[in-house]
Design a protein around this ligand. Structure first.
Ligand SMILES: *[C@@H]1O[C@H](CO)[C@@H](O)[C@H](O)[C@H]1NC(C)=O
Ligand SMILES: *[C@@H]1O[C@H](CO)[C@@H](O)[C@H](O)[C@H]1NC(C)=O
Ligand SMILES: *[C@@H]1O[C@H](CO)[C@@H](O)[C@H](O)[C@H]1NC(C)=O
Ligand SMILES: *[C@@H]1O[C@H](CO)[C@@H](O)[C@H](O)[C@H]1NC(C)=O
Ligand SMILES: *[C@@H]1O[C@H](CO)[C@@H](O)[C@H](O)[C@H]1NC(C)=O
Ligand SMILES: *[C@@H]1O[C@H](CO)[C@@H](O)[C@H](O)[C@H]1NC(C)=O
Length: 589
């Protein structure tokens, strides 16, 4: 039974939760998919969206040339093999190559509809074992829903030019109550640099090797990490003429760890004899290893899926990252000296404090020396340190838990290729703070968390800086949840969420200088009346402000929804106006 929970974005089996009346602690569980006010089924379907900046083809590029990769329906697909289709590179790709053109942009578009009642489901899209998209579905309505997600997949150019196999795993369960079948089309859109003037050298890798599970499988190709000691890995050999290597990690958390950031320490659960098994505190860390070395970590953004907290928050504006989960890059070039021996090496993942279940896999992007069959390398320095601390203070069901953690990873190594002897340094600096306060005899919970990640890659030619890229990300999260007016198995739940991604990127080198700044914030609040695990009435509103400024363009959007309706929606893509006057219109709640 427990394995059923791995099918969805949510804690699937409410039957496993403690009887509601026994515990006053705010319920962190999922509600059955909402079917509130009667819906006029002949009204047009609702269109869900994740706010993001549009993907712009580079200036002067031509296209798109589009190819349908897969079209399928996901009914009772849980525990069955993924939907697959053979992939043949679109003819326009070979034709453009023959003309001397090159790929300027590749976009993968997932477009889906659904009608009826259904949970939100996690899904993944893989090409030849390399994951291209991790996403959560929207929850349908009787009148139907539609949504689409686009992801820039240009960095997989090497995979897109070879025949392969597309696989989509979306574990869905359909019965007489949960009737929603997801129908989806997966389309690839390609844009090309014309032959003249000569296109810039492609920044993408020459080879993409999947660190995932191979088909056949009755599951997704991701690894499932079930507890804090579980470690999953894959062995593979890399070409001996590799001169640069980057691991791109996909992460999502479900079932017992879907809202890990709200979990109290185990002592609190034990002292209060709470029968809930969702503890282990509020800190999680994904550790990425190559052989025995921790090459980097992922402190993931707190994605909230479409059924999370109060499902009416996310209709139709879905939670940040829920339709297009962020991925995390770890540059392992400094370690190449240990990997260029032509032998297999182990690439593995673990999650500190994990509860069942985390879905993790990665793509290894490799740059090869076309002028030499063999590169050499060596590690010069490597250092990692970590600390974690929890201050607990509680009496009965009330209390406060202050958790903090930090990690530092830094590695420097050289690689000698036909590009010369290049020294690469990669570092990550993480810090985390979580305050979790229960009050009113445990009926109210306030979580305030900040994850701060600084990372950078520098390459030098001995003394002279070649290139650098520095990224600073901050993931703030605030969550209020309070239960009241308990009568039998009925109660009211008031909740509020603020979450965001703030990111600054600076890079410089042969490709020129670029800078970008993103502030993406959502603020949602609402209430629900719950009977058993059914939401009998409810209300939810969400306000999102997205501000992106960069050397390659700008995008602003200020959008708000209430229940299922967009209240206002302002957007602007000019870099001149907008930034100043919109600064004064930050979410006010
Ligand atoms: C607090 O909640 C517990 C568990 O529901 C209950 O047994 C206890 O009586 C409550 N205490 C007060 C002061 O309301
Ligand atoms: C249902 O919606 C359709 C289309 O919007 C409308 O023509 C019809 O009158 C509505 N029916 C009811 C009962 O509201
Ligand atoms: C998928 O494509 C078919 C054929 O173009 C179209 O009829 C259908 O509506 C599409 N479905 C979705 C969910 O986009
Ligand atoms: C952790 O998960 C692994 C993989 O499912 C399992 O083999 C192991 O027994 C588990 N360990 C604990 C302590 O539950
Ligand atoms: C959350 O914590 C941050 C930093 O500790 C603080 O600035 C902020 O005011 C807190 N937010 C709330 C809503 O408590
Ligand atoms: C929407 O909002 C109103 C309050 O403004 C509420 O009465 C209504 O029941 C809400 N829920 C739905 C699902 O329409």
């Amino acid at each position: 039974m427990a394995s059923l929970t791995t099918s969805s974005c949510l804690i699937f089996l409410l039957a496993l939760l403690p009887p509601l009346a026994a515990v006053a602690v705010p319920r962190r569980h999922r509600f059955l998919p909402l079917q509130l006010a009667p819906v006029n089924a002949s009204e047009p379907p609702t269109t869900f969206l994740e706010v993001d900046r549009p993907i712009q083809p580079p200036r002067g590029s031509v296209g798109p040339c589009s190819a349908l990769l897969l079209s399928d329906s996901f009914g009772y697909t849980y525990g069955r093999p993924p939907a697959t289709a053979s992939y043949v590179p679109p003819e326009c790709l070979a034709a453009a190559r023959a003309r001397g053109g090159s790929l300027a942009l590749a976009v993968l578009e997932w477009s889906a509809d659904c009608r009826g009642r259904q949970f939100d489901r996690i899904f993944g899209v893989w090409l030849s074992g390399a994951e291209l998209l991790r996403s959560c579905t929207a929850e349908p309505r009787p009148n139907g829903i539609h949504w689409s997600v686009s992801r820039d997949v240009t960095r997989y150019a090497a995979l897109l030019s070879e025949p392969g196999e597309v696989a989509v795993y979306l574990g869905n369960i359909v019965d007489s109550t949960y009737t929603g079948v997801y129908h989806a089309n997966l389309t690839l859109h390609l844009y090309f640099h014309p032959t003249t003037p000569s296109p810039p050298p492609p920044p993408h890798s020459d080879l993409v090797l999947p660190i995932s599970r191979s088909l056949p499988l009755n599951d997704g190709q991701w690894f499932a990490i079930q507890n804090s000691t579980d470690a999953q890995s894959k062995k593979l050999a890399i070409p001996s003429n590799t001169y640069r290597a980057v691991l791109e990690v996909f992460v999502s958390f479900h079932s017992n760890d879907e809202d890990w950031f709200t979990h109290p320490p185990n002592e609190y659960i034990e002292a209060n004899k709470l029968s809930s098994n969702i503890g282990n505190g509020a800190f999680r860390e994904v550790i990425v290893k190559v052989n025995e070395d921790i090459v980097g970590a992922v402190w993931p953004f707190t994605v909230i899926y479409t059924g999370g907290v109060n499902p009416l928050f996310w209709r139709p504006i879905t939670g940040i990252g829920s339709f297009n989960l962020p991925t995390y890059d770890i540059d392992i070039t400094p370690f190449l000296g240990k990997l260029l021996d032509g032998k297999e090496h182990e690439f593995g993942f673990g999650v500190t404090n994990a509860l069942d279940v985390w879905f993790i896999d990665a793509n290894l992007h490799l740059w090869l020396d076309h002028k030499s069959g063999k590169t050499t390398g060596g590690i010069v320095s490597y250092d990692t340190s970590t600390s974690a601390n929890v201050d607990s203070e509680f009496s009965g069901l009330d209390g406060r838990f202050m958790s903090s953690a930090s990690r530092h990873v830094s590695a420097t190594g050289w690689v000698e290729s036909s590009h010369g002897k290049v020294m690469t340094t990669f570092y990550q600096r993480f810090s985390y703070k979580n305050s979790n306060v229960y009050s009113k005899n445990g009926s109210e919970q306030v979580v305030n968390q900040t994850i701060d990640v600084k990372s950078g890659v520098f390459t030098t030619n001995g003394a002279v800086l070649h290139s650098e890229e520095v990224v600073h990300q901050v993931f703030p999260l605030y969550l209020f949840s309070g239960t009241s007016d308990e009568v039998g198995d009925e109660y009211s739940l008031v909740s509020a969420v603020k979450l965001g991604i703030n990111e600054k990127r600076v890079s410089g080198g042969e490709q020129g200088f670029s800078y970008s700044s993103l502030r993406n914030a959502q603020s949602a609040r609402g209430s629900m009346r719950v009977k058993g695990n059914l939401v009998t009435s409810g209300y939810g509103e969400n306000h999102q402000v997205y501000k992106y400024l960069g050397t390659h363009g700008c995008y602003f959007r200020d959008v708000s929804s209430k229940n299922y309706t967009i209240i206002f929606d302002h957007s602007d893509d000019s870099c001149l106006k907008g930034s100043r006057d919109k600064d004064s219109r930050l979410p006010s709640r």
